[in-house]
Design a protein around this ligand. Sequence first.
Ligand code: PMP
Length: 373
Amino acid sequence: MSVYWSEKTRRLQPYVPGEQPRDRKFIKLNTNENPYPPSPMVVEAIQKAACNLRLYPDPFCTELRETAAATFGVKPGEVFAGNGSDEILAFAFAAFFNSIAKSGTETPAGNSPILFPDITYSFYPVYAGLWDLPYRAVPLRGDFSIDYSAYLGKSGGIILPNPNAPTGMALPLEELWKIAAAAELDKRVFVLDEAYIAFADKEGIATALPLIKEFPNLLVVRTLSKEASLAGLRIGFAIGQVDLIQGLFRIHDSFNSYTMDRLALAGACAALKDASYYKEINRKIIATRGRVSAGLEASGFKVLPSQANFIFASPPASYGKGGQEFYAALRERGILVRHFSKPRIADFMRISMGTDDDMDAFLEVCGKIINEK
Ligand code: PMP
């Protein structure tokens, strides 16, 4: 704490991102990055754009939004682009959810809390803290699935990741439809964070983009960090009806008109145009996920059914220790995964899918740790 900090700065509990080690070479399975390189077209486009850095970028991201609209099957006015989906989520919290009213300016949303799961992306409570938004963390069911019926009542708005993180478990489109419909009755916004939807392959699990036409309160948030191997370039999108997109622009233009630089704009356009390349690498990741899940289950691990590019797993009871110890044992052997010390999930580790060679090494080391215990 510093005497120079504002009251708000003192109150904040900032997000802690996964480790990006610099001291030592790890098999890095801790931050859900795509293990395959981005499309060669991305690098080429960035090199070209680097010749023109003297001028400011387009604050409206016109070309990128046109390209994204064609990809997502919507109009350019229904797309917002941002500096990673984290930035878009931060804007969405500010644009659509009401802060704790201070001056008797009750809006239709009143002071009802926003809703999100108790076990979910840990940035959501941080954004709620940043913007002074009341929230309620809704418990997952015993099997770690999201109980959609808990999101049908009165609220100040809803945010869900689908698939959820760190569980990897996903809701079917028909349940998302019911949540959107219930929220629309009360004119509440439903933000659906689809950071990992490109890795879904189960019947009934799919992007909610087709629901945008039907629901003026639905905002779908996507990112190129995982599905397009561009975590380092910082590109996210929000897709929704024009009113919602305009709401995001009001926050954007009250914050920083140039959140997307010229390199990111060029690289993102090129990535969107090389869909066949990404389809192929993401198909490989889905296959690896199936193989690794089966391998861990065969060794007695509990593995939640994942639709993402990571799995959430806990070591067998015979190991005799918890997730923290297993995480540390992996780290010692040069493999980095993510562990969260939260009560219900302390026995679990989140394991991002690497290349097949990475995952062979991972499975081998897991076997050794269990046998050595
Ligand atoms: N949503 C979820 C559920 C995530 O796990 C992440 C990655 N940490 C993000 C959003 C943010 O991704 P990015 O800012 O890289 O687009």
